[in-house]
Design a protein around this ligand. Structure first.
Ligand SMILES: C[S@@+](CC[C@H](N)C(=O)[O-])C[C@H]1O[C@@H](n2cnc3c(N)ncnc32)[C@H](O)[C@@H]1O
Length: 293
């Protein structure tokens, strides 16, 4: 009998490290060793742009940190998230720490191309599951109104994968609206999506929709009457997003919706309550699929 003695394959030891281990190894030669534990182990990849959050202890090394993260993760620019997303336009608070100021990129996800500049408009990796879900909830017999379309976060996957008869996509932020228009062309859905620029309370078409998307948070409640008025005969499905205290979900949310729809002599039925992501301790972003009929 012949016994083969296997020689361990001589792997490049660097290759066997995870990307974060590679980052820490490279930076251990450039920043004090006691600060390595403050490096971010999570990041967002938006096309060829990387977004990271830096602990104050390592902020003074941001240039070299940006350079190393860009090289290991193979991105052209690195942005530092300095204050999350804010305002009615949901604008990101970010600064370039590596690469060019021109951060326009095309992010590909689930067969959809999202062109955007992550310095000017938001893109939340945490909402990916919801973007994928919205891709398949509609069908070619429906008319949909997206009240908060942004660059097409939900409109585009839905148009590409479900091809409804029509999606009316409302957006108030001129920068996001411009990307929305470009993305409609980029994804070959000009025959499906009609972009409408302005405040959805004024521009959204009334009495047309089978389904209305309310992908916003802050005071989404105040947009429920607009959503109901978009629905054909005030009946259909709404996807209602907001941030809620975990202990009031879903009962008091449904009561809230019921109060609005009873003015239209309708009732709200909860089809699904989905936790999208944690927002703060005890508070989360939820989406409710609600049938109004
Ligand atoms: C950024 S999206 C929310 C994120 C999205 N749901 C996701 O999954 O990533 C919200 C958009 O609604 C827009 N918006 C806010 N108020 C609006 C209004 N009254 N009418 C139309 N668009 C509005 C903002 O400009 C923003 O682009």
């Amino acid at each position: 009998m012949v016994f083969y003695r296997f020689q361990p394959i001589k792997l490049n030891r660097f290759m066997a490290l995870t990307q974060f281990e590679q980052i820490k190894k490279l930076l251990s030669e450039k920043i004090p060793s006691e600060l390595i534990c403050f490096l971010p182990g999570k990041w967002e990849k938006i096309g060829d742009v990387l977004v990271i959050k830096l602990h104050t202890n390592v902020e003074q090394y941001r240039d070299v940190i940006g350079e190393v993260y860009a090289s290991v993760l193979n991105r052209k620019s690195v942005l530092c998230d300095t204050g999350g997303i804010s305002g009615m336009y949901r604008e990101p608070n970010v600064e370039v720490i590596y690469g060019s100021d021109d951060c326009e990129t095309v992010h590909k996800e689930n067969g959809v191309r999202f062109k955007l500049d992550p310095m000017r408009v938001m893109f939340s990796s945490g909402n990916m599951d919801e973007r994928r879900r919205m891709a398949n909830v509609s069908n070619n017999e429906e008319v949909v109104v997206d009240l908060f379309a942004g660059i097409g976060y939900f409109t585009l996957p839905m148009a590409v994968h479900s091809r409804p008869k029509r999606i009316f996509a409302c957006e108030i932020n001129p920068v996001a609206f411009d990307y929305l228009c470009q993305n409609i062309v980029l994804n070959n859905v000009t025959d499906v999506v009609e972009p409408l620029r302005g405040d959805n309370r004024k521009v959204a078409p009334k009495n047309v929709a089978d389904r209305v998307l309310l992908g916003y948070f802050g005071n989404t409640y105040s947009f429920l009457p607009t959503a109901v008025e978009c629905l054909k005969n005030h009946a259909g499905i709404v996807h209602y997003h907001d941030v809620f205290s975990d202990d009031v979900v879903p009962d008091s949310v449904l009561q809230q919706v019921d109060k609005i729809v009873e003015k239209y002599r309708r009732k709200a039925e909860l089809l699904k309550c989905k936790h999208v992501k944690s927002y703060a301790p005890g508070v989360s972003h939820y989406v409710f699929d609600i049938r109004i009929g």
